[in-house]
Design a protein around this ligand. Structure first.
Ligand code: SF4
Ligand code: SF4
Length: 116
């Protein structure tokens, strides 16, 4: 095979047979407004944590929809709960609450795993 000197990016395709939607369903149960997110990025542009770190709140929504719980678990602690994202959102989504719900559910899932 010819070497064209570029790397093929890893597939981002979602396998819906293996898709873990527990976290997404939990968030939607208590913050249904998240279903109206249009991924405009307004929250990311105003995010206090994003100004100080590489935190990207729009990606948090994306990973939540893709069931990428491990990535969420690594990044979610960077949120400072200032609430600026909630003020700017054109869809009036309470993103601060979304983050809070993700944190709560991840810690519940971790506790469930640790239980015998
Ligand atoms: S500002 Fe609101 S609609 Fe835009 S990406 Fe953030 S949560 Fe979604
Ligand atoms: S509440 Fe969290 S995600 Fe929203 S703007 Fe503040 S630091 Fe960013």
């Amino acid at each position: 095979m010819n070497d064209f000197s570029y790397l093929k990016p890893a597939s981002r395709q979602i396998d819906f047979d293996k898709f873990d939607d527990r976290l997404l369903l939990y968030v939607l149960k208590y913050e249904l407004s998240f279903a109206t997110c249009i991924s405009c990025g307004g929250c990311t542009a105003t995010c206090s944590a994003g100004n100080l770190t590489n935190f990207n709140v729009r990606k948090i929504g994306l990973w939540l929809r893709r069931g990428e719980t491990e990535k969420l678990s690594e990044e979610i602690g960077k949120c400072m709960f200032c609430g600026k994202c909630t003020l700017i959102c054109p869809r009036d989504i309470n993103i601060r609450n979304v983050i809070l719900l993700i944190k709560k559910r991840i810690s519940m899932l971790k506790t469930e795993k640790e239980m015998p």
